[in-house]
Write a protein that binds this ligand. Structure first.
Ligand SMILES: Nc1ncnc2c1ncn2[C@@H]1O[C@H](COP(=O)(O)OP(=O)(O)O)[C@@H](O)[C@H]1O
Ligand SMILES: [Mg+2]
Length: 232
């Protein structure tokens, strides 16, 4: 579904991503693991086209999208749930969800599909509330809902459990598991919370200082080698 090859990125003189190669497959959850500051968010921003890359390539469904704009990528079926949620605090929950449909043709975007409220019942009760008045966990659910209404082929989640209370982490885990079981989407889950990632992942990639230092199937995820790169 998505293939990244030899990707390099710099912030000024600092070589932040060093020859990253990885894939994300349809119907699977790929966990992107690594400590704070290793380059996870930078990589996801490159995949979404928000940051330019110096060299290397990103292919999506066979097409080279390395130089495509974020908008084009969204229209092709990539959706992004940024770290820290970045919902629109002054817009209502309903308006926030509408923003996720911006890439859809008008005829497909006349109403919010009911299934989004089956996944996140709490949002239905809060449609008229301002995004900024929601709890952190509710905002995270809103950010995921906003990404899902574009009906993406690949959803990229940047640390969805960060700063979220355990009961809502469970809700988010349930939703990601459901998406995975449906099998019609690729999930790229960036996490520092190892147990959460392990519960959901089919495959994993570990970053350290901008490099891929380990990758494999979930059976190999709980190894001392992987843990060593995640321990603080
Ligand atoms: N906008 C930026 N300008 C310069 N350096 C940055 C910027 N954003 C992140 N960095 C640096 O790049 C490195 C990787 O950051 P980031 O991708 O946010 O890591 P992670 O998401 O794994 O915590 C860190 O050293 C960070 O300080
Ligand atoms: Mg990050």
């Amino acid at each position: 579904m998505m293939t990244v090859e030899g990707l390099n990125q710099y912030y000024g003189g600092s070589h932040t991503l060093r020859g990253i190669s990885m894939t994300a497959e349809m119907g699977q959850c790929t966990a992107l693991l690594g400590r704070n500051g290793v380059g996870k968010t930078t990589l996801l921003r490159c995949l979404m086209g928000v940051l330019p890359v110096a060299s290397g390539s990103v292919h999506f469904e066979g097409a080279d999208i390395t130089r495509r704009s974020p908008h084009e990528r969204a229209a092709m079926g990539l959706a992004y749930v940024p770290q820290g949620r970045e919902i629109f605090a002054r817009l209502t929950v309903e308006e926030n969800i509408w923003m996720g449909m911006a890439t859809k043709p008008a005829r497909d975007a006349r109403r919010i599909k009911g299934e989004i409220f089956e996944l996140f019942p709490v949002l239905k009760e809060m449609l008229g509330r301002r995004g900024g008045d929601l709890s952190g966990g509710q905002q995270q659910q809103l950010a995921i809902a906003r990404a899902l209404v574009s009906e993406p082929k690949l959803i990229i989640l940047d640390e969805p459990t960060e700063g979220i209370q355990p009961s809502i982490i469970k809700d988010i885990e349930r939703v990601i598991r459901l998406l995975r079981e449906r099998g019609d989407i690729a999930i790229l889950l960036c996490e520092q919370y190892f147990d959460f990632a392990r519960a959901l992942a089919d495959r994993f990639v570990v970053l350290s200082r901008g490099e891929v230092v380990a990758k494999g199937a979930k059976e190999e995820m709980d190894s001392p080698e992987v843990r060593r790169h995640l321990a603080v």
